[in-house]
Design a protein around this ligand. Structure first.
Ligand SMILES: Cc1cc2nc3c(=O)[nH]c(=O)nc-3n(C[C@H](O)[C@H](O)[C@H](O)COP(=O)(O)OP(=O)(O)OC[C@H]3O[C@@H](n4cnc5c(N)ncnc54)[C@H](O)[C@@H]3O)c2cc1C
Length: 479
């Protein structure tokens, strides 16, 4: 039996279900499992492919760009696809959290993009500097202009460590500062994973000597994988707990809840997960604005409202907006950087020009078609839609976006609709995950199990199955 699906036997034992049921529960047919194991034929039929034509340019070759490319190649009988992306390497970014936990190494999460981009796709290894949608062209860093009939924007987002006063990217990994997110798509590096694993161990060494103060932050911008800040909190706490150690931990988040999207998950985190550790203090509405690395001080902006005078006419209390600076000292800090759309999109006519989505790609939240430039579509983190900066969302975007793009090419009505699907495999301890799936309306579990329950089966699924599924199925447009 292939080693990659050996763990199914463990599930069968631990969760007490049949092998077929375990596969079914995970939405993996035996055929798909065979494909993951490398024994599937993987043959693609072109029988139903559209004969629509036109030059398609995809910008970005991460999760979204590659999935779009793979599906377009299958969906069109005569695809004319150019992909523009500088990165020779492809990172499986969710794996950075398992790197941080000491479960994966860097080699586990990186592959050559050549493995996914076939020779019949014109790959330009450069970056788009300027989008010019009025003239259906993009301008590259080299100065070359590339025109298109249809454009797919899949650039992802960018980090802004420098928006935190006193912080630069090269400070991550020094003086007790860590950040699991740190990576560089173009260079194909994922330092955040290994730095955070070292940080776990430094923390453990310090906890042997005393009770270190640790802060975990979450910023006031949209972030990819909204659960990652808490994944690091719980995993590091559990890592200490396993060794009989503890630390004084503060989760300082700009948000007002632990998990606003799904109330049942929020309740579980508050009432079961956090009390398990007994050493976590939450600081809501706290946004990290500056850091003094030398003196190990972090300054937060704390916004809140206070009850004022009672207004006799209105028969209600005035609510007064307050804003204070809060300085906290730390021995260790895990920083989640503010994130924003990549500059080339944010500074272009393709971006939302105002409102809460300002800077992000202005696509319709259901069709993923640009609202003003009808030959432009978006996939992945760059999309300015209310939910979903995850690989799981990009996987759900892919068939919808590609279906609608092909309809547009055929001058047909766009019928595919994205429901806002997002997934967060929230690691609550080593060996346990809450598989929080939700969409624009609320909880949207794919499986007939309570969405908020931390389960070993999801840990096994995430650790052993998702990565091969990502490489062998998602990146080939097969799921
Ligand atoms: C620590 C961490 C944990 C995560 N955990 C999870 C998880 O558990 N589950 C989950 O579903 N998701 C998770 N994610 C999120 C997931 O990795 C992203 O949502 C997903 O990769 C988004 O795909 P994308 O194609 O939009 O962006 P990316 O995969 O980041 O790819 C963007 C691509 O665009 C290229 N590019 C950028 N600008 C330009 C330009 N101007 N011109 C040309 N190319 C450009 C880049 O080089 C890159 O190739 C995690 C991410 C991190 C960092």
């Amino acid at each position: 039996m292939n080693k990659k699906i050996d763990f199914m036997d463990e599930i069968v034992n631990k969760e007490g279900m049949s092998r077929r049921k375990a596969l079914k529960l995970m939405g993996i047919s035996p055929i798909a499992a065979a494909a993951i194991a490398g024994t599937g034929s993987g043959s693609i039929t072109k029988a139903e492919a559209s004969s629509a034509s036109g030059k398609i340019v995809i910008v970005g070759a991460g999760a979204g760009g590659v999935m779009a490319m793979a599906r377009l190649r299958r969906g069109l009988s005569n695809p004319d696809i150019t992909i523009i992306a500088p990165n020779e390497k492809h990172l499986y970014q969710p794996g950075q959290v398992f790197m941080a936990a000491g479960e994966y190494t860097f080699d586990d999460i990186v592959k050559d993009n050549h493995d996914f981009i076939p020779d019949d796709v014109n790959w330009i290894k450069d970056e788009v500097k300027t989008f010019d949608p009025d003239n259906n062209k993009v301008v590259l860093r080299s100065g070359e202009e590339v025109s298109y009939d249809y454009l797919v924007v899949a650039t992802g987002l960018q980090y802004h460590y420098e928006w935190i006063d006193g912080l630069t990217e090269d400070m991550i990994g020094k003086d007790g500062i860590s950040s699991v997110y740190l990576n560089n798509a173009e260079k194909g590096t994922a330092e955040g994973g290994s730095i955070t694993w070292d940080w776990f161990n430094d923390l453990k060494a310090a906890a042997k000597e005393g009770k270190p103060k640790v802060i975990y932050t979450q910023p006031n911008t949209p972030i990819k994988c909204g659960g990652a800040p808490q994944k690091i909190l719980y995993l590091s706490d559990d890592y200490l707990k396993e060794a009989g150690l503890t630390a004084d931990m503060t989760f300082a988040t700009n948000g007002g809840k632990l998990f606003g999207a799904v109330p049942a998950v929020d309740k579980m985190l508050k009432e079961v997960v956090q009390p398990r550790y007994g050493n976590i203090t939450n600081k809501f509405k706290h946004n990290l604005i500056s850091i003094d690395a030398k003196n190990k001080l972090a300054t937060f902006e704390h916004k809140y409202t206070e009850k004022g005078e009672y207004d006799e006419d209105l028969e209600e209390y005035d609510m007064i907006n307050k804003n204070e600076k809060v300085v906290m000292s730390y021995d260790f800090i895990h920083i989640v950087p503010p994130m924003a759309a990549v500059d080339s999109v944010a500074n272009s006519k393709l971006a939302w020009q105002k409102g809460s989505g300002k800077g992000w790609l202005e696509v319709d939240k259901h069709s993923l078609q640009h609202r003003r430039y009808k030959n432009v579509f978006g996939i992945g983190d760059i999309c300015g839609v209310p939910k979903g900066k995850t690989g799981g969302s990009a996987r759900h975007h892919a068939p919808i976006m590609v279906g609608n793009l092909i309809s547009q090419m055929e001058s047909e009505k766009l019928t595919e609709s994205f429901d806002g699907y997002t997934v967060c495999p929230l690691k609550t301890q080593y060996g346990k995950i809450i598989l929080a799936e939700f969409d624009y309306k609320g909880a949207a579990p794919s499986f007939p199990l309570a969405v908020e329950e931390p389960r070993w089966i999801w840990w096994a699924f995430d650790l052993y199955m998702l990565k091969p599924m990502y490489w062998h199925l998602m990146m080939r447009g097969l799921m």
